[in-house]
Design a protein around this ligand. Structure first.
Ligand code: PXG
Length: 464
């Protein structure tokens, strides 16, 4: 730690932060007044703030620290690569050893028909790359009129112009005249929120058929691709009914449009398989990756490319005029490679599938009888607890997001980090979380729900 950091303290950090730092996805005015929480260190599944308070990080940073914090092997991989070759680019017919090794290893763990990766610095850059690749692919194929990409309402594909446009987050579209032309959206497969009286199976088919309807509306000869997360993460851990993905897969095949699966959250073990596509038996043409690729230790993302698309690029002739200074940064690649090696050699994903995910899901279901809880849903190392005012009618409290924020703050006071999307509490813990940590996670969540419930009862008593 530098001298300046050692003599600093929480109040000073908060003041300097408020004076000089604009935070992502934050109300910076409110944050300046309240003061940011300053996180100073981490180990395993836990982080500590600048006052020494300990938190169980049930959110793995931001859906990304799959291996947990403090893995010395990753520090060593970075240090060694920094010494040997801290930077070189991949343009002008150049490669570096860590990038070659990482590309090979990714091909080994990905579905069989996917054997190439194009590297980026983040998930957003991956999805910007998707847009360029998809359109270039159809150019090469002699169908340049195929330009339109179909995404989903409430999907999240990043915060750059193309990423936010492919995503379907209305508050993001409202800032910056998005989406850009050539991107349209269909409904999400959110049974609890939108399925009404339908069975999940029937609703899954209805939500999938929306893709076919949109393809016919746009004109099949103009549609280039469909992009979706296997399970919507930031949108609220929306797990599609079992009928959804098989029908989507049928539709993209019938109309010969590219299937882009955004694996930024679901990739690298989150579902108990290497990829969400493995879990659902999908055959994507492109997969966006980031986050768990390096467990968040360094920024790296990419687009994994199926053989039919990679071959077109190789045979199609000419340059692909796209890339970043930090495409496949060697230090990030070395860390990602070590991260994947550990995930594989320690059998972490198998343990998730066979032991810890079933345990997490069974324990979470114990929260379903809480008076605040409308639905508990989860899959793999993903869990969501949806808070409602009326459990029978599935109605929410007024001012959507307020109760979720209350609950999140009560959880923080308990020493538990959860994320709230609207009034749904989300968790996505490191894959290395153990059964005793899961017990702690669930009991702290229950205490946060109790405290939120007590507060709401008090408010209603005063109003009555
Ligand atoms: N795709 C998906 C599915 C994501 O979840 C991105 C792409 C973009 O990745 P980068 O590395 O550019 O951030 C993401 C990122 C939230 C939240 O509040 C989620 C993300 C990012 C920021 C906030 O849940 N996911």
């Amino acid at each position: 730690m530098s001298e300046a950091h050692r003599i600093s303290n929480t109040a000073q950090w908060q003041q300097d932060d408020a004076s000089h730092h604009l935070h992502p996805f934050s109300d910076n005015g409110a944050l300046s007044r309240d003061g940011a929480r300053v996180i100073t260190r981490a180990e395993g599944v836990r982080v500590w703030d600048s006052d020494g308070k300990e938190y169980l990080d049930a959110f793995a940073g931001l859906w990304c620290v799959n291996l947990g914090y403090g893995r010395e092997e990753l520090v060593q991989a970075a240090t060694q690569q920094m010494r040997e070759l801290p930077y070189y680019n991949l343009f002008f017919k150049t490669a570096t050893p860590p990038v070659v090794a990482l590309s090979k290893m990714l091909a080994e763990v990905a579905p069989k028909h996917i054997n190439h990766t194009f590297f980026t610095g983040s998930g957003s850059e991956a999805n910007d790359t998707v847009l360029r690749m998809v359109r270039r692919y159809w150019d090469i194929k002699g169908q340049p009129e195929r330009k339109t990409i179909i995404g989903r309402h409430n999907g999240y594909h990043g915060s750059t112009v193309a990423g936010a446009s492919l995503g379907g987050m209305a508050p993001m579209h409202a800032q910056g005249d998005l989406p850009i032309p050539g991107i349209v959206h269909i409904r999400q497969p959110y049974w609890y929120g939108e399925g009404g009286d339908m069975t999940p199976e029937d609703f899954g088919l209805v939500a999938a058929k929306a893709l076919e309807e949109k393809i016919l509306e746009v004109g099949p000869e103009k549609v280039a691709a469909f992009i979706a997360e296997p399970i919507q993460g930031a949108g609220g851990i929306i797990i599609p009914p079992d009928t959804y993905w098989p029908e989507i897969q049928r539709i993209v095949r019938q109309y010969d449009i590219l299937l882009v699966v955004d694996e930024v959250i679901c990739g690298f073990g989150r579902t108990g398989e290497w990829f969400g596509s493995d879990y659902y038996g999908l055959t994507p043409d492109l997969m966006s990756i980031a986050k768990g690729l390096s467990s968040g230790y360094l920024p790296i993302g990419g687009v994994m490319v199926a053989d039919r698309v990679a071959e077109a690029f190789k045979q199609g002739g000419g340059d692909f005029n796209h890339g970043f200074t930090y495409s496949g940064h060697p230090v990030c690649a070395a860390v990602a490679l070590e991260n994947l090696r550990i995930l594989r050699d320690e059998g972490i994903i198998t343990r998730v599938k066979q032991e810890t995910a079933p345990y997490l899901q069974s324990q979470l279901q114990r929260l379903a009888d809480h008076p605040l809880v409308g639905e508990v849903r989860g899959l793999g190392m993903l869990g969501a607890v949806e808070l409602v005012q009326d459990r029978v009618r599935r109605t929410r409290y007024p001012e959507e997001g307020r109760v979720g924020t209350l609950c999140r703050d009560h959880a923080l006071a308990e020493g538990l980090i959860l994320r709230a999307t609207g009034d749904t509490m989300l968790m996505s813990p490191p894959l290395v979380i153990t059964p005793p940590d899961i017990d702690e996670l669930v009991s702290k969540t229950r205490r946060a729900l109790d405290a939120t419930w007590a507060q709401l009862q008090k408010e209603f008593a005063i109003q009555a």
